[in-house]
Design a protein around this ligand. Structure first.
Ligand SMILES: [Zn+2]
Length: 275
């Protein structure tokens, strides 16, 4: 069995505050070790369960957060940004299962550091009418490739979210959300045990990816009107409300690419003080 790990940082053990995940900050430097610890705990569990190969895709910010010299030497790591499949880079390489480590709730939802792609500006995303987090859309892409999601870690809100897109996956809440920048956290010794045990039991039986078909309609709502002007520059992205845009594409491969383009253009329209 070959495993792909998509590793984000907001849902990692002990992470609660923007500074904790902001590349270059002293708190980020500290939390890189805890991030690598959560990932190593999963790697250990997967090899305990008989995995032959584990690839870790660093999926946070500029994708250079995990510490390679502390990584379990049985795994390998995808480092660096501008990847065709972004958070899901590697999904087209024939892996049998994917794990989401350090995931978080979607924009506008309760959850530690909740957001969808952009840290602010987006207030909600819907995929075919359903509330859509990063986990939700990444799972939809994995399912289109026929790959099941077997393990998700993050705060308790991210676990509630995961039940909507990966009902057969093992779930580990490493912290309990009090509010968006506050959580009751378990220490890494405890969460590592929980993550390793969950990963070790996640492959037998190996869940089957649900059969999925398009089309996929995204709706994205912003906290202001000006991102609409920018994002409707993309052909077929249309304004459907004062602060809302939508598009529909036949496959998740295409839809998630278009969503990335929408977020990149929206990000480009952000001003320092007014947002
Ligand atoms: Zn992130």
């Amino acid at each position: 069995v070959r495993i792909l790990i998509s590793a984000d940082m907001e849902g990692v053990t002990g992470v609660t505050f923007p500074d904790d995940v902001a590349p270059g900050s002293p708190r980020w430097s500290y939390h890189r070790t805890l991030f690598t610890g959560d990932v190593n705990a999963a790697i250990r569990g997967f090899f305990d369960a008989g995995a032959e190969e584990v690839l870790v895709n660093d999926a946070h910010a500029d994708k250079r957060n995990l510490l390679l010299d502390q990584l379990d030497p049985r795994a390998s790591m995808l480092i660096g940004t501008h990847k065709p499949w972004s958070m899901m880079e590697g999904i087209d390489r024939g892996y049998d299962a994917v794990a989401f480590i350090g995931y978080h709730a979607g924009a506008g939802q309760q959850g530690v550091l909740s957001h969808t792609y952009l840290p602010n500006m987006i207030t909600g995303v819907w995929l075919n009418g359903a509330p859509c987090s990063e986990g939700y859309m990444n799972a939809a892409l994995a399912h289109e490739f026929g790959v099941p999601v077997v393990l998700v870690t993050g705060d308790d809100c991210a676990m509630e979210d995961a039940k909507t897109y990966a009902p057969d996956a093992k779930l580990v809440a490493v912290k309990e959300c009090v509010d968006r920048y506050t959580a009751i956290c378990l220490p890494p010794q405890r969460t590592a045990e929980l993550i390793t045990a969950a990963a070790a039991s996640s492959l037998d039986p190996l869940p089957t990816a649900p059969a999925v078909t398009g089309p996929y309609r995204y709706e994205i709502e912003f906290d202001a009107t000006h991102p609409v002007v920018m994002t409707t520059a993309i052909p077929d992205v249309e304004q459907v409300g004062p602060r809302r845009v939508a598009f529909e594409l036949p496959t998740m491969r295409l839809a998630i690419r278009c969503f990335r383009a929408v977020t990149a253009l929206a990000d480009g329209s952000m001003e320092a003080t007014y947002g």
